[in-house]
Write a protein of this length. Structure first.
Length: 118
């Protein structure tokens, strides 16, 4: 292992590329951690699924399960703060990323949500 002073000296001498190639060769490749945005999207997908389950348990029918129902439930249960336009974009993206979430738009622009059970 190279000491901290040797690393500083090598970097000061302009041996940055040599040091970086050495560092890559010596250190094992670490699995990349998910980005904050990926974690945020995964959490949002889970929240949508929970909202759907809770609203179904309250007796909301699929034909009534619109983006407004989900939005209000997330706001009330989690204190979710986003504009409706941002929420709709997030909901559409969640449906693209997760095959369990289905989103359809009617002629008036309302999004209807359905979550397939596993």
């Amino acid at each position: 292992m190279i000491g901290a002073y040797a690393i500083q000296a090598a970097l000061a001498d302009g041996a940055t590329s040599t040091f970086l190639s050495y560092q890559r060769a010596v250190q094992p490749a670490l699995p990349s951690a998910p980005s904050f945005e990926e974690l945020q999207r995964a959490t949002f997908r889970d929240m949508v699924k929970e909202a759907y389950k809770a609203l179904k348990a309250e007796g909301v029918k699929d034909r009534q399960m619109c983006d407004g129902q989900i939005f209000m439930w997330l706001h009330d249960a989690y204190g979710f703060k986003a504009s409706r336009a941002d929420f709709k974009r997030m909901l559409i993206r969640a449906a693209e990323e997760d095959p369990e979430i289905q989103v359809s738009r009617d002629r008036s622009g309302i999004l209807y949500v359905k979550v397939r059970s596993r």
